[in-house]
Write a protein that binds this ligand. Structure first.
Ligand code: EPZ
Length: 429
């Protein structure tokens, strides 16, 4: 019998035949960026928690492997539901290969310090979108009485004497806000987090921690006040929907000049994206509380985008919107202020005929009449989504490689797009 090929040898790509308008209904799944911190937060109690609406993604599988590597039992009770039983938590050192695979694994650090009084966590490496340090996480921990040292690529943290405190973030880091909030949730004292991240996923984590028994005020604002409790309870919780997946489908409707109803979208969490879609000429009609209909009657107009922490335009929508602006009838400027290098998709879009000039953190996009299908490769999750969107609009056939990046953050992307009339298939050579 032929030896099974290693993952790297199996060539897998999306094959897309472009220029087909997307029409129909699509439903948004659970939020990756809410599920990952909430799965980590289950460690804060020794009681079981039952989490629903967890998206079926490679990143979720990685987080589950991290929890299991620490001795925690995880039972998958449905495609989107997990029972976590953290009573058997024993390890304080998640394995390097899992941390390297997914930076968000670092979110177990706060819970480990809380439960075990210590954590040895490999430094998460850089990735395709920049160096992404963890200095703000560590600074926050030290303000709560944690001792931190660096030893050959590892962070060693131990709780000398945990106490509440004031934490100020130079930048409203999502992960650092989440890590510190989780640690503070078990400290029977008051912790104030100033210049906290305001992302909806931070609010969802705060809801979960409150259900566990912590008192959290101001989540979603730039100042969060946490009054923790020693023995937090396990609980049952349903994750919020994924606003970035929702935004991606709205842009897919626009770039293909289609007519798509997106269900399960919390429009108020995507106001910046909806505003920008309307600026370029899309029609975004609110059909119900969490349903919008996106139509695009004409070629997009140019606009300028500046990514900002929430509620600004989300960096996780920058690449997708760039694909749309490649086809605009004029010049657009996109400025990426959150990550220092999140333009890896530019080179691939240029190979499809896009005209883009990157100057530092800004990209000048000169709209063209059409893009041409060719082979392209995704280097990160949202760059992959952007290349799929470009392929849907391009003339001819586009083959998008690096599908594993896309599977990290989009559940059944090709299936959902096909249900909207796209010609897209997953090919395994
Ligand atoms: C979260 O990453 C998201 N990931 C990212 O989504 C998202 O792009 C990002 O927030 C910004 O919204 C998850 O929630 C799992 P940050 P995170 O800490 O927490 C710098 C996706 O596509 N920084 O807010 O890592 C950092 O270098 C992913 O779904 C420090 O300098 O983001 C970056 O430039 C990609 N020191 C900026 O802050 C620190 O200690 C934003 O990082 C921490 C961060």
């Amino acid at each position: 019998m032929e030896e099974p090929k290693s993952q790297s040898e199996v060539k897998e790509y999306f094959r897309i035949v472009g220029m087909r308008p997307l029409v129909g209904n699509v439903t948004v799944g659970g939020s990756k960026n809410a599920a990952l911190p909430i799965l980590a937060a289950t460690l804060l109690s020794d009681e079981p928690s039952l989490i629903h609406n967890v998206p079926d993604l490679l990143d979720v599988q990685t987080m589950v492997m991290v929890l299991e590597s620490l001795g925690v039992q995880v039972e998958r009770v449905g495609r989107h539901s997990y029972r976590i039983m953290p009573a058997t938590l024993s390890g304080s050192e998640p394995p390097y290969e899992l941390i390297r695979k997914m930076r968000a694994s670092f979110l177990v650090t706060g819970p480990l310090i809380s439960r075990l009084g210590r954590a040895q966590v490999p430094l998460p490496g850089g990735c395709a979108i920049g160096s992404r340090p963890i200095d703000l996480h560590l600074k926050g921990f030290t303000h709560l009485g944690v001792r931190v040292s660096m030893r050959s690529g590892y962070i060693e943290a131990w709780a000398e004497r945990l106490q509440g405190g004031e934490v100020y973030f130079d930048f409203p880091s999502v992960g650092a806000t989440e890590n510190v909030m989780m640690l503070a949730a078990t400290i029977e004292d008051e912790t104030i987090i100033a210049n906290a991240a305001r992302e909806p996923e931070v609010v969802d984590l705060a809801r979960f921690l409150t259900l566990m028994g912590a008192s959290i005020e101001g989540a979603g604002t730039d100042t969060v006040v946490v009054r923790g409790r020693k023995n937090l309870k396990g609980c049952e919780y349903t994750i919020m929907n994924d606003r970035i997946e929702a935004g991606t489908f709205c842009v897919a409707a626009a770039i293909t000049r289609g007519d798509v109803v997106v269900q399960g979208i919390e429009v108020s969490l995507l106001r910046s994206v909806v505003t920008k879609l309307e600026e370029v000429g899309a029609k975004v009609e609110r059909m119900a509380e969490d349903v919008v209909r996106v139509t695009m009657p004409c070629r997009p107009k140019p606009t300028n985008i500046k990514t900002m922490p929430y509620p600004g335009f989300p960096t996780d929508m920058q690449a997708q919107f760039m694909s749309l602006l490649c086809l605009a009838e004029g010049v657009s400027v996109i400025t990426e202020t959150v990550f220092e290098s999140r333009f890896a998709h530019v080179g691939e879009l240029e190979r499809m005929g896009a005209k883009i000039q990157v100057e530092g953190r800004s990209a000048v996009v000169v709209g063209v009449e059409k893009l041409n299908g060719t082979q392209v490769t995704a280097t990160d999750l949202r760059a992959g989504a952007a290349l799929v969107l470009a392929g849907l609009a391009a003339e001819g056939v586009t083959e998008v490689y690096g599908v594993r990046h896309i599977d990290r953050g989009y559940e059944d992307l090709e299936v959902k797009l096909r249900s909207l009339g796209a010609s897209i298939e997953r090919v395994r050579e």
